[in-house]
Design a protein. Sequence first.
Length: 222
Amino acid sequence: MREVHAVIGPNGAGKSTLINLLSGDLRPSAGRVFLRGEDVTGLPPPRISRLGVGRSYQKTNVFLPFTVFENCRLAAQSRLPSSMRFFRAARRYGAIADAAMRAIEQAGLQRQADQPVDTLSHGEQRQVEIAMALATDPSVLLLDEPLAGMGAEESVRIVGLLQTLADDHAILLVEHDMDAVFALAHTLTVMVNGTVLETGEPEAVRASRSVQVAYLGDEHHE
């Protein structure tokens, strides 16, 4: 099993900014970003993605008119050095179709593979976004509020999916659902105003007086 590292904090704490820095969507003004010992600071998102980093976004980022399979095939195709050659039929890329189906299966969407994404529930669309990330064959997943806007049943399904994915992926999880955070995280970091307030094992962080005051609210402290 690899580590699930959750990052929590109030709105504006810098959580999404952190993911954007790690994924290359933002260039850091200071500090360095390392991936498996390699300095990747300032590399563009496609390059970081090809190094094995997949991500999801705070707002669902999928191609709504396309099917689940087509979304995942496009994500897998981004790994090809010839991905911008438009005049070759997509069906000729057998390995890409296989990668797309593997990702769909990993995400638990086999039954929805041929459905247009705009016919799916919000939770299923979030699963499609995770499947698209998986189709790029990542070793690291950066997930920005994957449970946002979900009901209880959908949240339970996504938590189960992430627990399974943690067997083979390192996961950085930004999430406001505290039940999900404590079910998933091996390490928990609390951010406030762009800085780290506390980091460590989830139970130790939850017991921190400074965390209870700054994030959970003073009334949670006994």
